[in-house]
Design a protein around this ligand. Sequence first.
Ligand SMILES: [Zn+2]
Length: 655
Amino acid sequence: MRTEFIVSDEVFYITTAIYYVNDVPHIGNASEAIAADVVARYERARGRKVIFGTGTDENAIKVAEVAASSGISPQQYVDSMVPVWSDTWRAMHIQCDDWVRTTEPRHRRVVEAAFSKMLENGDIYKDLYKGWYCVSDETFFRESEVVDGLCPNPECRKAVRWVEEENYFFRLSAYQDRLLEYIEANPGFLAPEFRKNEVVSFIKAGLRDACITRKAYGWGIPVPGDPDQVIYVWFDALLNYLTIAGYLSDERKFAETWPADVQLVGKDIFVRFHSTLWPAMLMSLGVELPRLIHGHGFWTVEGGKMGKSLGNAIAPVKVSEDLAAMSGADFDVAVDAIRYFLLREVSFGLDGDFSTSGLIGRFNSDLANDLGNLLNRTLPLLHRHRDGVVPTPSPDDHDSRAVSVMIPATAAEVARRLDQLQFSDALAAIWGLVGRANKYMEEQAPWRLANEESSAKLDTVLYTVLETVRSIAIMIRPFMPTVSEVIWKQLGIEKPLADQTWADASTWGGLKPGTKTGAPEPIFPRIDTKRKPIEPAPTPAPKEEKKVEQISFDEFKRLDLRIGKIVTADRVPGADKLLQLTVDMGTETRPVVAGIAQWYAAEDLVGREIVVVANLAPAVIRGVESRGMLLAADENGTAILIQPDKEVPPGSAVR
Ligand SMILES: [Zn+2]
């Protein structure tokens, strides 16, 4: 176990995988980023300097293709997509210290320098490449892997391209033995254990040299001294972790920050890229390897597979809004509840299932009943019988001690679990304390202690519970930053929660007698399960919905709403909710994918006029390009198209 306070200049450096800009955030990416955020907040509370790095992967071929088809530059396209990710992370209370974009000059310099260094030391060489390439996955495949010209990735199955070109290769095969030796000598390097075993088998099966460049296509980082080639997006993207740490740009920062303490990635990119190519690249550069690379599992939705192509990927902001609407809780409280759910529901590393009933169950029992009640039952009593002022407890009360002794033990257990990324167990330990304090309330029944003789006992019971809640607020803060602040405000403690350290969680007596508490207000309103819950609806168009807020007229004017006339309408094969439309916009016709197939037959739509959001960033939905979104009224989940009162020329502005 790590010590409580680390006195050192060393930075605790934690990363997530960077996000592919063409995608939109779903709860799978969110749970990885939330996990990293929890660790970062916890390490900060322990007094450490922390860098939590994340970012966007922007140099892929598909970026250039999508941009070209939309008539904008790749740079404009990536600039429009980055806020989709960063705004979502902000809404989900994910507080990173650095956001690297692989199109930034600071990253390009690192990639160029790393490439040149490996070329000099003989780990990069030029050769003829012949093989299949899947643009969607940005992955090369051997001839034997491709059947019928389709990508062997079962979730992709798109047509692959035959590539025959002079490329640069990284001598990955030369690192096979060194990687195996390293993994054996450093048992904590890869986790969880069962995924580490997959890595070992993969390496033992034989590593091939990796093709790390492509013929230049006008986007991406050119090979230094050979502008006809661009660097392969994976070779480029992995180096982001060095960029953030200050590699080759800030020697002091790099010395303090590197090696990364924890690198979190999904299981799909754990074996091939992060546990094989990435450490080999670092070995070639003579840079120390990260302390821990952790490969987590995936989320299914209501027992079924989740994926962008399946149209059921759950948007984190949307599901938080739905939870707020179902319960009546504040949006920021609902966000914290989603954070709690994602880390409590499964053991980090394994696959998990996201279900509305599971979410409601956790919300009602763990949050509303257990944590919420602890405060909701105590504060009103304090206001009724003690004017809301924290009383002085009796020293040496036997029953009170039975609760207070649990606190340092719980704080130590939570720390031990967090050190091992066992978020669910850490929360279970905190909820053990919540449960013990609730049991103490039941045993003492303070609502029966308001008379003269039992006055001292009432003081002790109220104090004991509120002091326990104070400690719990500090312990849950990494997981639920807003909820812990709301609790803190109700406790009325003057010293800000932000100034509390992890040690303050385990010290008894932090709540000073005489403290004037705030007004008691329930934080988690129970969800009435008899009412039909709002289903986390599939999101046909990849858009991030925001909280309802007022906007200025100027902001409204940024929307380019136009009349379009539907020229053709077809079902998207394999997607029962989607229609693929071509829409006459006056000066051009455009493809628009709309999630209305349940309510409108394709043949009934041709010739109709609709309202289109014309300046929506383009997206690829189920492999079909979409440039714009049509407007429809939402009548209890049924889409009703908005149509002009009489026919107007296509392209007319809607104001
Ligand atoms: Zn593919």
